[in-house]
Design a protein around this ligand. Structure first.
Ligand code: SF4
Ligand code: SF4
Length: 74
């Protein structure tokens, strides 16, 4: 179930267009499923342009580095 949910949210996630995305098919959706296991080189965060961020009224950035948003209900 969690896998399906992650896949669904990943359809909206724009992390792959972000300059800080670590690449190598890292599975994005960090705001809901936790931080990346990869090293993050901060070059800007575009989460505030994302549908998932807006609909959940998130306010943080760099979830790939810090982990899920405190408001995440997943
Ligand atoms: S808010 Fe950021 S981490 Fe969350 S789905 Fe959107 S782009 Fe991805
Ligand atoms: S969480 Fe933010 S900084 Fe990290 S890859 Fe997604 S948009 Fe970029």
């Amino acid at each position: 179930m969690r896998k399906i949910l992650r896949f669904f949210i990943s359809l909206f996630c724009i992390c792959k267009k972000c300059p800080s995305y670590p690449g190598k098919k890292d599975p994005v959706t960090y705001c809901e499923f936790g931080k990346s296991g990869m090293e993050i080189k901060k070059k800007g965060c575009i989460c505030s342009r994302c549908f998932v961020w807006k609909v959940n009224r998130f306010s943080n950035h760099y979830y790939c580095e810090t982990g899920k948003d405190p408001k995440s209900k997943i």
